[in-house]
Design a protein around this ligand. Structure first.
Ligand code: FE2
Length: 360
């Protein structure tokens, strides 16, 4: 939690202060999100519209709040080391399975605890997840990313720590069945034939069979693996289960899986921005993925992007002031002293997230 937040009357605000908590208008609508750096233009608008109100701000300077570039770079490097350690753990589990050796639950639990402890800072976690990675490391890194995203969603859904630990195990192992699928099919750059697609679909049931043989594994861990491609309308696989028959772990992992796959470069598609993926999930998976889990994910993920620095399609850098709940790919962005509402200026789009603040 950030410290030293103070309530300041709007008329006393000055440029450089950082918004500590979302600022609401009288209708309860967020006007400015947490983490936004106030400039003279925002302050004069606030004075114009809300002269009698006060705002919660951080009374520290920018570099103390956002960390210096070097400090943040170091945190990203540390996070990257942890991600690649867990990723190597997944690789060794996959090698064990190929050699018909049972994976160790101790190793899976250790990796799960490490992820739960290391990525409590969700901004840092998301930066690690969205980082481009070598295509040949995709499967193991995808498992790690899905585990981190599942832990985040599990926390937003108020699962207990023990449930989250088991969820993380299930998410880390969700695609282990792919070890037994022909890699030419897995990495095929073009559309799969119906036979090839049927072969890939076997990975969840294969993964389930492998996981349930791991000594001392909790029964819900293999269930999450088995059900991570089920859909609540019964159109998923392998069992075509409907909503109430799908284990909560399967529902959570499905969401994390889609988000990570769509924001990654794959042989058959290029990566998409998290904003357009969240918007696509909100529309295309409505009625297919558990509604409450999906809306909880989209709402919380979009909040984490307020205050982030982005590059726009016109080449300019800007800061997201406010996400637009009905058009997540078109937030309100501050560029210099100007505000650009991308839902109005719809010829400009967000090209990418910039990892750390850049001096412009
Ligand atoms: Fe899968």
């Amino acid at each position: 939690m950030r410290k030293n937040r103070i309530l300041i009357p709007i008329e006393d605000l000055y440029p450089g202060l950082v918004v500590a908590e979302p600022f609401f208008d009288s209708n309860g609508v967020v006007v400015i999100g947490e983490g936004i750096i106030l400039n003279s233009k925002i302050i004069s608008k606030l004075n114009e519209k809300y002269p009698a109100k006060s705002m919660s701000v951080l009374d520290e300077y920018l570099d103390e709040i956002f960390m210096s570039k070097e400090n943040k770079k170091q945190k990203i490097i540390d996070a990257e080391i942890k991600l690649s350690n867990v990723s190597n753990g997944i690789k060794s589990i996959m090698n064990d399975i190929e050699r018909k050796k049972r994976p160790s639950i101790k190793l899976v639990t250790g990796m799960s605890v490490q992820l739960m402890e290391s990525f409590k800072d969700y901004n840092l976690a998301l930066e690690g997840i969205l980082r481009e990675r070598p295509v040949d490391e995709y499967t193991q890194r995808h498992c790690v990313n899905v585990a981190i995203l599942s832990i985040m969603l599990g926390r937003w859904l108020f699962l207990s720590d023990n449930e989250i630990l088991l969820l993380a195990q299930s998410a880390l192992l969700h695609d282990i069945g792919k070890v037994k699928i022909n890699s030419n099919i897995l990495n095929k750059p073009s559309k799969l034939s119906p036979i090839e697609f049927e072969a890939i679909k076997k990975h969840s049931i294969i993964g389930y069979s492998i996981a349930k043989e791991i000594p001392n594994i909790d029964t819900c861990v293999p269930l999450g693996i088995l059900m991570h491609h089920e859909k609540i309308d019964g159109s998923g696989y392998p069992l075509g289960l409907s909503n109430d028959k799908i284990h909560i772990f399967g529902k959570i992992i499905a969401i994390a899986d889609i988000f990570d796959a769509m924001t990654s470069t794959r042989p058959y598609h290029s990566r998409q921005s998290p904003f357009s993926v969240l918007e696509m999930m909100q529309h295309e998976f409505w009625g297919k993925i558990d509604t409450f889990c999906l809306s909880t994910f989209v709402k919380n993920m979009s909040m984490y992007y307020e205050g982030e620095i982005v590059r726009l399609s016109n080449g300019k850098l800007g800061q997201i002031v406010k996400m637009n709940p009905s058009r997540l790919s078109a937030p309100l962005v501050m560029v210099g002293e100007d505000f650009i509402d991308l839902s109005v200026e719809n010829y400009i789009t967000v090209s990418e997230l910039v990892s750390f603040p850049i001096d412009t």
